[in-house]
Design a protein around this ligand. Sequence first.
Ligand code: C2O
Ligand code: CU
Ligand code: CU
Length: 475
Amino acid sequence: MRTSQPLAAILPALVALHGCGDAANAPATQARSGPDPWTSALRVATAVDRNADPSIVEVDIDARIAEWEYAPGRRVRAMTYNGQVPGPTIEARVGDTVIVHFTNRLAEPTTIHWHGLRVPANMDGGPHSQPPIAAGATFEYRFTVSDPGTFWYHPHMNERVQMEFGLYGAIVVRGPREPQADAEGVFVLDDLLLGDDGQIAPTGPLLEQHSGREGPLSVVNGRAGAILPMRAGQRQRWRIVNAGSARYYRLALPGHRFTVIGTDGGPVTTPRTSDELLLVPGDRLDVLVDGVGAPGSATTLRNLPYERGHGAGLAEAADILRVQYAGDTALPRLAAPAPGARIEPLAVAGITPREVTFNERIDRDTKRVLFMINGQSYPDVPDVVASVGAAEVWDLRNESEMEHPFHLHGFFFQVVSRNGVPEAEPTWEDTIQLRGQERVRIAFRPDDRPGHWMYHCHILEHVDNGMMGAIDLRR
Ligand code: C2O
Ligand code: CU
Ligand code: CU
């Protein structure tokens, strides 16, 4: 799909492609008049599609060292995709083929992992599925996108350095039916820790290895101190990605409520409204925000305090960005979004759960912090051997005090229960919160994509120090 074409030129092709032309299939963003925040400093360039075939998105991405201007006039030396942080947003429609011509212009090996996309195992970028792409080498990623939702891409090598230095980007996959909003865009959240020289501080101190790296400077779409334009009555759709190494985001926008319409794996059955959103590292939420503020008023999106164990986390609320209302009269409010397609709970009765425990210890000799799954650190964690089509039930048990956000590659799962309390309504997830001492039962049914699939804590220092294992999925 060529994004540079005017919408009017692509629309008939899209309608033909999806075989329907009714009003419900109108583009998601049908702006009534009001500002589009993603033309402001929050704009993230979309990857340029160089394939004229409307069902193929073909893009060039490289990883390279470049300057990252995180605030006007403030630059740091970064690792970037195509010279920008976040990397270009890859936009596609369900069913599209995505081809990424990737060149590694870094001085070290890397891979790209398509977090949340159900790609074939050999396209997943994980350490078991793909040999490293050496400095100067190229690789062609090719897969189809099968689910609507908000996903992201990042390296799966030396993550705690490469991702911290800026290697991440969003992926937006649209379905034939998307809820109405006046403006829509991605919010890729991250935090930065700068050194005295104003550059990104070197990674690796022991405390950071244990607690995970956090920095005091919040950035949204690579920008600190950004202003989000809003109009009274306007409905904005925020596709939020937490790309931080260890930072939790507990977001609140005073005076406003969020309507959650999607999670990691796409639309929820019942949109729910809430005053706060929690995103653990790796997580995504798709929310509608209605402009209930008065014309000319302003408010601030905040990250509220959150303790994630051993004193790690945010002690005092931090500002994420400022929301500034235009002086125009209010637009008429839009009706509440319609429910999504019903997500049926997976049938798990009679399946013996696998125990997957999370723990940590300090190795007295090496002084290294070891993070463990079932008592072992990667690569010593034995593979979980699973079969295509056979339901899996896992009991994730966190035996430590610290939280370990759990991520599974390649497949969406449902949370069955937390500490024995059943979840109210199933959603599709690939990254979830796992609190200290918590027991979370999850269920999934791997579809026909045999190979090795990683699962791990998404705190990058914890992956690096061993909290990762693999599923050996067989036919
Ligand atoms: Cu965000 Cu192993 O992934
Ligand atoms: Cu992933
Ligand atoms: Cu962890």
